[in-house]
Ligand binder design. Structure first.
Ligand code: AMP
Ligand code: TRP
Length: 331
């Protein structure tokens, strides 16, 4: 059975992009993989976080994952900082990865923008920590959204260079598992930008804790163009907002884009948005309700994470100890 590892940052509330691009696939992979899912709090602090918020959001994220169907008993769910192997292996990878490789990372360029000098060193070496997350478990399948592909390639470069520099065959090649649909859910306010926790406008995203009225309102207010829906996929060319909404409807209703347009082509956005709000609410509302129920018992959430961390540590510890021996640390 292949081992899966994936992570999500416990910053902000998980949104529809996280759910469709990541969480939903995590849930599906559980059926035939050994899965390790991680709330990456070490990654979160690469940008300053209010400590109380970080704690609260770690629990909130845990609750959303459980409410979405992650099984913390059959699989492993934990927070990254609770297993020290991540930070230890990340340091070794900091010494393997080349500055030139990190300079090519588009996520850093996007996040740091023009103000590069003023960002943390942690944000810069973020991909090395991500590589360590995966390699500490020798996981080989990594479900992520499209935006993380480059980081997975970098992880493979690091693993290969490590093997080469130390003359070992220790790390295997890993594969990104990017589902074809909903790999990029776009903002409801701008169809050219991805839906993101860091967007200043709450109207740009649907949070997994939104209630039915909030979802309906956000969908009604979503940016569109004045044309009716086209009758075939080609007609979505140059219409990023229409493409996004049709894509969302398709994923949520289990149809392909052409089938959606056969049903709704020629319609104005009014009735289509109503139909979209309905499928969104029927998917999200039960998760939001279960999340609220779980959040009422923080002791239970903390126990889930603590037990997950103990099981994760038992896998990572011998692997990272072996790496430490390979590099020559006296142990
Ligand atoms: P993050 O919120 O950046 O920690 O992302 C957690 C997971 O959600 C990663 O696998 C991302 O690729 C995925 N993800 C984040 N935003 C989107 C989006 N707008 N569309 C699809 N996947 C996303
Ligand atoms: N960098 C990922 C993101 O922002 C989160 C992440 C951290 C991750 N470590 C990981 C994803 C390991 C997959 C595997 O989405």
């Amino acid at each position: 059975m292949k081992r899966v590892f994936s992570g999500i940052q416990p910053t902000g509330i998980p949104h529809l992009g996280n759910y469709l691009g990541a969480i939903r696939n995590w849930v599906a992979l559980q059926a035939d993989h050994e899965c390790i899912f991680c709330l990456v709090d070490l990654h979160a602090i690469t940008v300053w976080q209010n400590p109380a918020d970080l704690r609260e959001q770690t629990r909130q994220q845990t609750a959303v994952l459980l409410a979405s169907g992650i099984d913390p008993v059959g699989q492993i769910l934990f927070n990254q900082s609770a297993v020290s192997a991540h930070a230890r292996l990340a340091w070794i990878f900091n010494c393997v990865a080349r500055l030139g490789w990190l300079n090519r990372m588009t996520q850093f360029k996007d996040k740091a923008g023009k103000d590069r000098e003023n960002h943390s060193a942690g944000l810069y070496v973020y991909p090395n920590l991500m590589a360590a997350d995966i390699m500490a478990y020798k996981a080989t399948r990594v479900p992520v959204g499209d935006d993380q592909r480059q980081h997975i390639e970098l992880a493979n470069d690091i693993a290969q260079k490590f093997n080469h520099d130390y003359g070992v065959e220790f790390f295997q090649t890993i594969e990104a598992f990017v589902p074809p649909e909903a790999a990029r859910v776009m903002s409801l306010r701008d169809g050219t930008k991805k839906m993101s926790k860091s967007d200043a406008s709450a109207q740009s995203r649907i949070d997994m804790t939104d209630d039915a009225d909030t979802i309906a309102l956000k969908v009604r207010r979503a940016k569109t163009d004045p044309e009716p829906l086209p009758c075939a996929a080609e007609g979505l060319e140059g219409r990023p907002e229409a493409r996004n909404l049709v894509g969302l409807y398709a994923v949520l209703s289990g149809m392909n884009v052409d089938q959606v347009l056969t049903q709704h082509g020629g319609e104005g956005f009014g009735p289509f948005k109503q139909a979209l709000a309905d499928v969104l609410i029927s998917r999200i509302e039960p998760i939001a309700n279960e999340t609220r129920r779980l959040l009422a018992d923080t002791a239970h959430l903390d126990t889930v994470l603590r037990e997950g961390a103990a099981r994760a540590g038992a896998i990572a510890e011998p692997i990272v100890s072996e790496v430490e021996k390979i590099v020559g640390f006296l142990k």
